[in-house]
Design a protein around this ligand. Structure first.
Ligand SMILES: [Cu+2]
Length: 273
């Protein structure tokens, strides 16, 4: 209660330099620390340290499959990416350059890294650094058309020696087959006389199309059509007869071949090891 005869004002305080300095400087220091910590993490995430043993892969998204090109190693494959294992002592991360041949796709292997989109007319980059060998499953994570859901991918993380052996066999041209296997030889003739060669490459033959997967080492893959079916002779034959039976909406046409031609073509495909 105020006494009625008390007309004095209470002491007036006009700021405190000490307090103001403290509550300005301390938050500024906190922000600077957060900035430095964030910048460090961003720098680490954006660019891994390259080792002389690191490999580069160009991944190209297509409706509805993945093309993997290894510049410098002479390897072109599809849907099943092989990379060498890394370790924490001397990391050998793999660097991916992501492109698209048609529309937006997204490279997503949850156990290896977050998603990165593949955008037409744009080059995106990412790197992966797995420390355990094995098979890592992934899929396209950006809706890209009818068969977006069957645009799966497999990443095989191999030991260095397995990877080197894989590169050696993949960089070979298709072996000039056939002389021994009449059916396969017939199949090769049909293949080379049909529009298969406009869409597919088999290195060492006239086939040099790039619209569909490179078939030079087709039999080294466990699955066909980006994970739509396992790579068995029956599935291969069905695929060539009518791709829509396995993957409705795929961009490979049914070629309306005779039963005999289908058998020969399948026999030829099976020589592509
Ligand atoms: Cu896609």
């Amino acid at each position: 209660m105020r006494r009625s005869d008390d007309h004095r004002e209470p002491p007036q305080v006009y700021g405190s330099n000490q307090i103001e300095l403290a509550w300005t400087v301390i938050p500024v220091l906190i922000v600077v620390m957060l900035f430095l910590a964030t910048a460090r993490v961003i720098a680490q995430v954006q660019d891994a340290d390259r080792s002389p043993d690191s490999i580069d892969v160009t991944a190209i998204g297509h409706q509805f499959w993945w093309e993997f090109r290894y510049p410098g190693l002479g390897v072109v494959t599809a849907n099943e990416l092989h990379i060498p294992v890394s370790d924490s002592v001397s990391p050998t991360p793999t660097f991916l350059k992501l492109l698209s041949a048609d529309t937006d796709h997204s490279f997503w292997v949850p156990r290896l890294a977050g998603k990165t989109d593949l955008i037409p007319n744009r080059v995106n980059q990412m790197w992966i650094d797995p420390h355990h060998t094995g098979l890592y499953l992934g899929q396209c994570a950006q809706y890209c058309g009818t068969q977006h859901a069957l645009m799966l991918l497999r990443v095989y993380v191999d030991s260095r020696s397995d990877f080197d052996a894989w590169v050696r066999s993949q960089s070979r041209s298709a072996v000039a087959v056939a002389l021994t296997n009449a059916d396969a030889a017939k199949g090769r003739e049909i293949f080379e006389a049909t529009s298969c060669i406009n869409c597919h490459t088999v290195r060492g033959t006239v086939a040099d199309g790039r619209f569909g997967p490179d078939l030079t080492h087709l039999m080294s893959r466990e699955e066909i059509a980006a994970g739509a079916a396992t790579n068995t002779p029956a599935n291969l034959k069905l695929w060539i007869e009518d791709p829509d039976a396995i993957k409705p909406g795929s961009l490979m046409p049914a070629m309306r071949l005779t039963e005999q031609d289908l058998n020969s073509l399948t026999a030829y495909m099976e020589t592509l090891r």
